[in-house]
Design a binder for this molecule. Structure first.
Ligand code: CTP
Length: 413
């Protein structure tokens, strides 16, 4: 289900190594990816690495050497819907702003006429240089989308501005840009025109001004599902607790919350517009009855501390009223250590869900990283059992199975 063609242009900075990960993220998000590199970029990462990651030859030369065809600088420019320069060095920005084409990358940029995303990366002095900023402004004025560099450790050994944005942030910008400009075929955008509400991550229930109760959810699955839904054309709202993975900043609406009550209120507010709700958040089931305003001192607590707690509102059971919202496709998650499928199926009917994704943290070992196995269950039983895979791949496969229900016209229901 390829969505758009992305041409990744890699120039010569240490951040070129991050573009390897970006290549993989772009492919997993459903884009067709081709890569071109400057000679200096190849001093940092070999073209064979990008050939393996993209599954295609890499354009490295204007004259048809290596993987390259002599007409690549025209053909690839015509083929691409979005061109991403990552890292974009000061030198590249200068040439692009002034119409210079003296290698495969700059010549491709001259011939390219669609959406351009730039991810600058350089030393902080170069980044502040007025000539560099003027070049960047020229490119912005011509419509380029700039993913601003962040602050962090630079190759020159200091912590300062100029570090290339993380690949996840660049991916989100490409998704946002491609969503608006490059949808060429409705088959590529089956969720176009649909609003998808996703919840992700843990909630935090405060005990006092300093302490809270929470759980080990990272939010990785919910974030991956939100990204994938956006790449399939959906208008995504992500309501999330504190995440251990980067928040997908370019994905439309991000609503950060802390407590189960905050999350319930945010879901209630956004449910009216939603065609689908994906409740992947690990919502706390209990919250401390009282929250101390200051920091509780251990002297006043004594040698043991019993915390009276009350049940939180159950969002799926109590906020999502299927009589008021009969058309919303509701997908929940179940974390069970025993009788996984039986208990998940019970939850599906008790909470009025259309589908439930069952997850066994014991078999799966850890939260977050690593390979997980999930089972998708509907009202008539098991629909799909995944092979063990990473969360990005699971999110892609899960959504491809749910899309027919999420994209269906309400009259068909
Ligand atoms: N959920 C919810 N509101 C809560 C707690 C959970 O909407 N207050 C949702 C979760 O987001 C998930 C589903 O309910 O999609 C099942 O969550 P899970 O924690 O597995 O089950 P619980 O119903 O909370 O029961 P238990 O923890 O006892 O297994």
């Amino acid at each position: 289900m390829s969505r758009a063609n992305v041409l990744l242009l890699v120039t010569g900075g240490i951040a070129a190594y991050k573009s390897c990960h970006l290549t993989r993220l772009l492919s997993r998000a459903g884009f067709s990816v081709r890569v071109a590199m400057t000679r200096s970029a190849q001093r940092f990462v070999g073209h064979v690495t990008f050939r393996s990651l993209s599954g295609h030859g890499v354009a490295t030369d204007l004259w048809g050497e290596g993987d390259t065809d002599p007409l690549d600088h025209v053909n690839l420019a015509r083929w691409a819907d979005v061109a991403v320069v990552a890292p974009a060095t000061a030198n590249l920005l200068g040439k692009a702003a002034n119409g210079i084409g003296d290698d495969i990358v700059t010549t491709l940029l001259l011939a390219f006429e669609r959406e351009l995303v730039l991810a600058p990366a350089m030393n902080d002095g170069m980044w502040r240089n007025p000539a560099v900023q003027a070049n960047l402004q020229t490119l912005r004025d011509r419509g380029a989308h700039v993913v601003e560099p962040g602050s962090g450790w630079l190759a020159c050994g200091i912590e300062a501005d100029g570090r290339m944005a993380e690949p996840e942030e660049i991916l989100d910008r490409v998704i946002a840009v491609a969503g608006g400009a490059a949808a060429r075929d409705v088959d590529d955008q089956p969720l176009s025109g649909r609003s998808v509400l996703v919840t992700a991550g843990p909630t935090r229930e405060p005990l006092d001004a300093i302490r809270y109760l929470s759980n080990r959810s990272t939010g990785a699955m919910g974030v991956a599902l939100a990204r994938r839904a956006a790449s399939l054309g959906a208008d995504v709202t992500l309501i999330h607790g504190p995440l251990s993975v980067p928040a997908p900043a370019a994905l439309g609406r991000l609503i950060p919350v802390q407590t189960a009550a905050d999350m319930a209120a945010a879901v209630a507010k956004h449910l009216n517009k939603a065609d689908a709700l994906i409740m992947s958040a690990a919502v706390a089931d209990f919250t401390p009855e009282t929250v101390s305003e200051g920091k509780l001192k251990k002297e006043s607590l004594g040698t043991s501390w019993n915390v009276p707690m009350t049940r939180t509102i159950d969002i799926l059971a109590d906020v999502v009223d299927r009589e008021i919202h009969p058309d919303v496709t509701v997908i929940g998650f179940a974390l069970e250590t025993e009788d996984l499928e039986i208990r998940a199926t019970e939850k599906l009917s008790a909470k009025g869900m259309d589908f439930i994704v069952a997850n066994d943290p014991v078999t799966n070992g850890t939260f977050g990283e690593g390979k997980h196995q999930i089972t998708l269950i509907g009202p008539d039983g098991v629909i799909w059992k995944s092979d063990p895979a990473g969360k990005d791949d699971l999110a892609n496969e899960l959504l491809s199975r749910l899309v027919p229900y999420m994209a269906r016209d309400k009259d068909d229901a």
